[in-house]
Design a protein around this ligand. Structure first.
Ligand SMILES: *Cc1c(COP(=O)(O)O)cnc(C)c1O
Length: 227
């Protein structure tokens, strides 16, 4: 994979076209699907290319890595939108609230409490998504589907949180479609509008099932360098 602004822009245009085609096939508007560029672990030159090509919405999965990369760039890009898409520890809640515009991985009461305190302290109120463990995998973050409705009620009544969307990461071994359909059903049943679902290998499927944002890393930036 070679690296230049033009090559980044070509990959991005191709992905945007595929999103538009998938949206059209599902009778949806392409304008209702945001492309989140997952920049975790990517070299800084590729981030610069992404910004030069007009990409403004980025997903990161670690608070410290994201701080190092983005804190100094915020002032230069007024329309930058940073989304936390990785698991969040309560002791990082304040740093996350200070940096991110959207936190997609709220999945437990203890984290809700830490986020609430961090919001009161910093005066920042990032938009919130609840992560749902649609495959009910032991090792994966996210609230189990049967517990979602009660959790949402508690977020509203105990914390005063308005939840913007639901997010999921299907089990790697499963076809993604049924998980996306489940997330869409859960959102509809709970009056939630936004769905963060779909990655490099399955974002077109996600659009078909109603994704309002897709999180695309390697297909957009190139393979992540291995550590
Ligand atoms: C890394 C990551 C992605 C992007 O994965 P790709 O396969 O590179 O597109 C999307 N969502 C989450 C939660 C991730 O951690």
């Amino acid at each position: 994979m070679t690296d230049s602004v033009n090559e980044f822009a070509a990959r991005r245009n191709d992905i945007l076209k595929r999103i538009a085609a998938a949206a059209k096939a599902a009778d949806r508007s392409a304008a209702d699907v945001a492309l989140v560029g997952v920049s975790k672990k990517q070299p800084d030159t590729r981030i610069a290319h992404a910004l030069a090509a007009g990409q403004r919405v980025f997903g990161e999965n670690r608070v410290q890595e994201a701080q190092a990369r983005w804190a100094g760039r915020r002032a230069d890009y007024a329309d930058l939108e940073l989304r936390l898409i990785g698991p969040l520890q309560t002791n990082k809640a304040q740093d996350a609230v200070a940096l991110f515009d959207v936190i997609e991985t709220l999945d437990r009461p203890k984290l809700a409490k830490a986020l609430k305190a961090a919001m009161e302290k910093t005066g920042r109120t990032p938009r919130l998504y609840v992560q749902v463990n649609t495959g009910e995998e032991d090792q994966k973050a996210g609230i189990a589907p049967p517990d979602l409705a009660g959790f949402l009620t508690s977020l509203r009544e105990d914390f005063g949180f308005q939840i913007e969307g639901l997010m999921c990461i299907p089990p790697v071994e499963d076809p993604a479609g049924p998980h996306f359909a489940l997330l869409a059903d859960l959102a509809a049943a709970n009056g939630i509008e936004k769905l963060s679902m779909g990655m490099s290998g399955d974002y077109e499927t996600a659009v078909k099932f109603g994704a309002t944002s897709v999180r695309v890393g390697s297909a957009l930036f190139g393979e992540r360098p291995s550590a």
